[in-house]
Design a protein around this ligand. Structure first.
Ligand SMILES: O=C(O)CCC(=O)C(=O)O
Ligand SMILES: [Fe+2]
Length: 289
C-alpha cells in the first residue's frame, strides 16, 4: 500500500484521520522550492560543521544537526507551522499538552545502508504504550527531493496497528517519495527508517517532532537553546519548547514557580496571579527582540 498524499490546504482533522489509519501521510509542497532553499542556506554552516554519525543507527554516512530553534530563525517557523501544530494537537488530544521533542537535520550521504526499521516511541526505553495511545507526532520536511534511490524514508503504512518490537526488511516497506518542500507526517507507533542512499547525492530532511508533555524530550531544549537566545523568543515558542508546566505540576521551579516566570521575570509586570492568562495575553505579541 503506497503512502497517501494531501495538499497543503488540508486541515488538521484530515491529516489526523489518515495518521490514525495509516500511521503516516505526505503533505505536498507546504513550502515552495525557493522557500526551502532559504532554509537550507541558513542551515548550511551548521551542517558543514557536523560530524558523521557515531554508530550504525545514527548512520556512519549520515550527519545529524540539531539545536535548530537556537540556530535557525526559519526553522522556528517550521516548528510553529499551524498545520503541524494543529495536527499534533489533534493526534495527541488525549493528554493535557504536548511539547517540542526534537529538531534535527538528517543528511543521508551516498552509500549509507537502510536504517533498522523501528518505531520512534522506542526512544522511551522500549515501553509498550497501549495501542492507539499516541505519544508523538513527527514531521520530516524534505530539504531535497526524496526518491527511492536517494534514501527516502521507508515506511510500513498501517503498521501503527501492529504488535510491538517486530523486525522488518526493506521489501516490507514503501519509500516516502516527495518533492522538496513537502512534509512526511508520521506517528511514534508506525514502523519506518531512513532509506538506503544508492544515489550520488545527499538526501536531506528536517526532522521536527512533538511529544506528550509528561514524557522526557529527546533533545534537551533548555541546554540546546542558550538562555540569552531563549529570552528573545516568542512566548508561544517558549511554551512549546518546555517553558511551561506539563500536566498539572511537571517541570515547576523551586517554590511552584512556572519556568516561563524564571526565564522572563519581566513578565511579572502583568501580575503573576494568573500566569496562564498572562501568557494568553502575550500570545501573539513577540517577546522583546
Ligand atoms: O531520515 C529519515 O528518513 C528517518 C530517520 C529516522 O527514522 C530516525 O533517525 O529515527
Ligand atoms: Fe525514526
Amino acid at each position: 500500500m503506497p503512502l497517501r498524499h494531501l495538499p497543503a490546504s488540508a486541515t488538521p482533522e484530515e491529516v489526523t484521520a489518515i495518521l490514525k489509519e495509516d500511521g503516516a501521510v505526505i503533505i505536498d509542497s507546504v513550502l515552495s522550492r525557493a522557500e526551502m532553499d532559504e532554509v537550507a542556506k541558513e542551515l548550511k554552516p551548521w551542517m558543514d560543521a557536523t560530524p558523521f554519525g557515531p554508530d550504525a543507527f545514527s548512520g556512519h554516512r549520515t550527519k545529524r544537526t540539531g539545536g535548530l530553534v537556537a540556530r535557525s530563525p526559519r526553522c522556528r517557523d517550521l516548528v510553529m507551522h499551524p498545520l503541524m501544530l494543529g495536527t499534533a494537537g489533534k493526534l495527541l488530544e488525549h493528554a493535557s499538552s504536548f511539547q517540542l521533542h526534537l529538531t534535527q537535520v538528517i543528511a543521508i550521504g551516498p552509500g549509507e545502508p537502510m536504517q533498522t526499521i523501528h518505531r520512534d516511541q522506542w526512544a522511551f526505553d522500549f515501553f509498550s504504550f497501549p495501542k492507539d495511545y499516541e505519544v508523538q507526532c513527527n514531521t520530516i520536511w524534505a530539504m531535497t527531493d526524496f526518491t527511492e534511490e536517494n534514501g527516502a524514508t521507508r515506511v510500513i503504512p498501517g503498521s501503527n496497528h501492529y504488535e510491538d518490537k517486530l523486525k522488518f526488511e526493506e521489501k516490507d516497506t514503501v519509500p516516502a517519495e516527495m518533492t522538496k518542500g513537502s512534509v512526511l507526517l508520521y506517528t511514534g507507533s508506525v514502523y519506518h527508517g531512513g532509506g538506503a542512499n544508492r544515489s550520488g547525492t545527499t538526501r536531506i530532511g528536517i526532522n521536527i517532532t512533538y511529544n506528550l508533555s509528561w514524557l522526557r524530550q529527546e533533545e534537551n531544549q533548555y541546554l540546546s537553546v542558550p538562555s540569552e537566545i531563549a529570552r528573545t523568543l516568542p512566548i508561544d515558542l517558549l511554551k512549546l519548547i518546555g517553558y511551561r508546566r506539563g500536566a498539572y505540576a511537571l517541570g515547576y521551579v523551586d517554590d511552584l514557580r512556572d519556568p516561563l516566570q524564571v526565564l522572563r521575570p519581566d513578565l511579572t509586570q502583568f501580575g503573576l496571579g494568573d500566569l496562564t492568562a498572562t501568557q494568553e495575553k502575550l500570545r501573539s505579541e513577540p517577546a522583546a527582540e
